[in-house]
Design a protein around this ligand. Structure first.
Ligand code: SF4
Ligand code: SF4
Ligand code: FES
Length: 186
């Protein structure tokens, strides 16, 4: 759209597949049904039909981290509607990241916070799952909050993260970084 000179006010963010600003519905000529995807990660193809999709427009609540170890009620305090899930599967069908969103919501309903957080690792917060939920569950927000809870209260030290930070600090990736930047310039 940019190359065509069209002003884009919607669907533009990181252009790197991580911010979730650009969900689209796309149908290729040989496809029966459209699929969802992230526009910035999708190649233009001859004859493809596409439209940008609106995500979740609901107001974000302020959900602070608790002082005590979290449990199921910590989540329901801010996202009580999670318990309304009727397992229709619409959220899973629409997720451009291929997350089994419904199964993740069911884990949350059962109080399995760590499992829920783990399932949402690839979520880019596009909000499509919430936009299609008839009973107003907001799976992506549930996912993000459980990830915050688990991150803040995890008992094990993040040894791999620590190791990677040390490697970066010691210049271990200097050459790869230079090569990457060189590639980006060209
Ligand atoms: S769309 Fe809503 S009701 Fe349906 S499975 Fe997902 S969270 Fe549950
Ligand atoms: S879980 Fe929801 S917000 Fe996250 S990528 Fe999938 S559809 Fe988008
Ligand atoms: S613009 Fe950020 S994911 Fe596409």
């Amino acid at each position: 759209m940019w190359h065509l000179g069209r002003p884009m006010l919607h669907g533009v963010g990181c252009l790197g597949g991580v911010c979730g600003a650009c969900p689209i519905s796309i149908r290729l000529p040989n496809q029966m049904a459209p699929k969802t995807a992230l526009a910035c990660q999708t190649l233009v193809a001859e004859g493809a039909e596409m439209a940008f999709l609106p995500g979740d427009a609901s107001k974000k609540e302020i959900a602070p981290l608790p002082a005590e170890t979290p449990n199921q009620n910590t989540l329901f305090q801010y996202y009580p509607e999670t318990r309304r899930c009727v397992a229709c599967g619409a959220c899973t069908s629409i997720c451009p990241q291929g997350i089994d969103v419904m199964a993740s919501v069911r884990e949350a309903m059962n109080g399995k916070l760590a499992e829920t957080a783990d399932r949402f690792v690839d979520c880019v917060m596009c909000g499509l799952c919430a936009a299609v939920c008839d009973v107003k569950v907001r799976p992506h927000r549930v996912g993000l909050y459980t990830r915050r809870l688990i991150g803040a209260f995890q008992e094990n030290e993040a040894t791999q993260l620590k190791k990677r930070i040390e490697e970066i600090g010691s210049g271990h990736y200097k050459e790869q970084w230079a090569a990457l930047m060189e590639e980006a310039v060209h």
